[in-house]
Design a protein around this ligand. Structure first.
Ligand SMILES: *[C@@H]1O[C@H](CO)[C@@H](O)[C@H](O)[C@H]1NC(C)=O
Ligand SMILES: *[C@@H]1O[C@H](CO)[C@@H](O)[C@H](O)[C@H]1NC(C)=O
Length: 366
C-alpha cells in the first residue's frame, strides 16, 4: 500500500477509535438490561404479606423530596400525602432551594460554587438528591411519585436505583445507605460533568440528570465486573440493585404510582421527560454524529494531503490542465491528473496518473 494512503487510514482509524471510545459507554448503556442486579419479584414480599422480613434493614428510614419552597402545588399534594401517610415512622426531609444551598455550603463547600452557578434550577434539584443520599442515606422520591405501599422491603439493600425503558436508569426514585461508594462516586463526578451542550435539555440530562447518572452507573458496573461473576457479589457493599418497571408502578404489588404533572421546574419539562425515555433515539443520533464527523475528517484530511503536495511543488498546474511535474520517474502522464479539476481524495486515489504521483511522494519521503 502506498505510504500516504496508509497514513491516511491510520489517522482515520485513530480518530474513529477515539470517537467511538467517547460514546462507548452510551452504546454499552443501550445494551445493558440490568438483569444481573435486578431486584427479583420473588425477593419482595407482597404489600400485605404475612411473610416476616428477617432481612436486615440497612437503608435508614428517611424520605427525601425536593421543591422550590414549602408551598407544594396542589396537584402533587396527594402524592406527597400518600408517602407521608404510609410512612409515619420515617423521617421526612423536604429540600427546598434555600435548605439545599445551606446544606451544600455547610457540608460540601467545595461544591457550593458549582451548585450556585448551575444555569438551570433543575440541575440543583438533581444534584442535591445525590448529596443528601450520600450524606444521610434514605430514599429519594420525586414529588410526582406517590407511594402505594410501604417501602420497607427496599431498605434491605445497600443501594437501589430505578430502571427506565428501553434503557438506562432514572434519578426519580433512589435509595442508599449513608456514604455508599456509588453515590460518593456520583457526587464526585458532578463537577467533571458540568459542561454546556447545544441544547438545555441535553445539558441538564448529561450534567446532573438521568443520562449523567446512567453513564456513571454503567461505568461503575464495568469497573466492578469481576465481582459480578463471583460468589461474593451478594455481599459486595457497592452493589447497586435495580428496581424494575413492574415493581415501580402499574401493578397491585408496585411501590409507586405516577401522578399528573412532573417535578421538572420549567416549561421544557415534557421534552426533557421525553428525552429521558428515549435513550435509543438519542444514542442512534449520537452514532450518526460520530460517523458524520468521521467522514468530515476524512474529507478534510484529503484536502490537507492535496495542499501539502501542491506546496512541495509536486504539481504546478496550468489552467489548461496539463500538469508540469517537477520530478518524476513515471512516463504515463495524463491531463486528467490536474488537482484543480478533481480535488477530491477519491480522484486523487483514482487510477489516472496515480503511479507518478505516489512515486513522487515516496521519493520525497525517502
Ligand atoms: C393492604 O392493607 C391495607 C390496610 O389493610 C389496605 O388499605 C390496602 O389496600 C392493602 N393493599 C393491598 C395491595 O392489598
Ligand atoms: C414558592 O414558589 C412558588 C413558585 O415559584 C411561588 O409562586 C410561591 O409564592 C412561593 N411560596 C413561598 C411561600 O415563598
Amino acid at each position: 500500500m502506498r505510504r500516504s494512503v496508509l497514513i491516511f487510514l491510520l489517522i482515520t482509524i485513530v480518530i474513529l477509535t477515539f470517537l467511538l471510545h467517547q460514546v462507548s459507554t452510551l452504546i454499552a448503556l443501550l445494551l445493558e438490561d440490568a438483569s444481573a442486579d435486578a431486584i427479583q419479584k420473588s425477593e419482595l414480599p407482597a404489600p400485605n404479606s404475612t411473610l416476616l422480613t428477617n432481612r436486615p434493614q440497612l437503608i435508614p428510614k428517611i424520605i427525601h423530596q425536593t421543591y422550590i419552597n414549602e408551598s407544594i402545588p396542589a396537584h402533587w399534594l396527594p402524592a406527597q400525602q400518600a408517602c407521608l401517610e404510609l410512612h409515619k415512622d420515617y423521617e421526612y426531609k423536604l429540600w427546598t432551594d434555600a435548605k439545599s444551598l445551606e446544606f451544600i455550603e455547610k457540608e460540601y463547600p467545595w461544591f457550593a460554587t458549582t451548585f450556585r452557578n448551575y444555569q438551570h434550577p433543575i440541575q440543583r434539584a438533581d444534584s442535591i438528591r445525590y448529596f443528601v443520599l450520600a450524606h444521610y442515606g434514605g430514599i429519594y422520591i420525586d414529588l410526582d411519585d406517590g407511594c402505594k405501599r410501604r417501602l420497607d422491603p427496599l431498605l434491605s439493600y445497600n443501594a437501589f436505583v430505578r430502571r427506565t425503558v428501553p434503557t438506562g436508569i432514572s434519578n426519580d426514585v433512589m435509595g442508599s445507605i449513608p456514604q455508599h461508594p456509588f453515590f460518593l462516586r456520583v457526587v464526585e463526578s458532578l463537577q467533571g460533568a458540568n459542561r454546556k451542550w447545544l441544547l438545555p435539555y441535553i445539558t441538564i440530562m448529561a450534567s446532573t440528570g438521568p443520562l449523567f447518572l446512567s453513564v456513571i452507573w454503567k461505568k461503575w458496573m464495568g469497573e466492578h465486573a469481576d465481582l459480578q461473576t463471583q460468589s461474593q457479589t451478594a455481599d459486595w457493599k457497592g452493589r447497586v440493585r435495580v428496581l424494575m418497571p413492574d415493581e415501580y408502578s402499574g401493578h397491585t404489588w408496585s411501590f409507586f404510582e405516577e401522578y399528573k404533572g412532573n417535578s421538572w421546574h420549567g416549561q421544557d419539562a415534557k421534552l426533557i421527560f421525553w428525552m429521558g425515555k428515549n435513550w435509543m433515539l438519542l444514542t442512534a443520533a449520537g452514532t450518526v454524529i460520530v460517523l458524520s464527523v468521521g467522514l468530515a475528517l476524512w474529507w478534510v484530511y484529503g484536502r490537507i494531503l492535496l495542499l501539502g503536495q501542491k506546496r512541495r511543488g509536486y504539481v504546478a498546474v496550468e489552467p489548461t490542465g496539463s500538469p508540469k511535474l517537477t520530478a518524476t520517474r513515471g512516463s504515463s502522464r495524463s491531463p486528467r491528473a490536474s488537482p484543480r479539476k478533481g480535488p477530491s481524495l477519491w480522484r486523487r486515489l483514482g487510477m489516472e496518473g496515480k503511479k507518478e504521483r505516489y512515486e513522487l511522494v515516496e521519493h520525497h519521503d525517502a
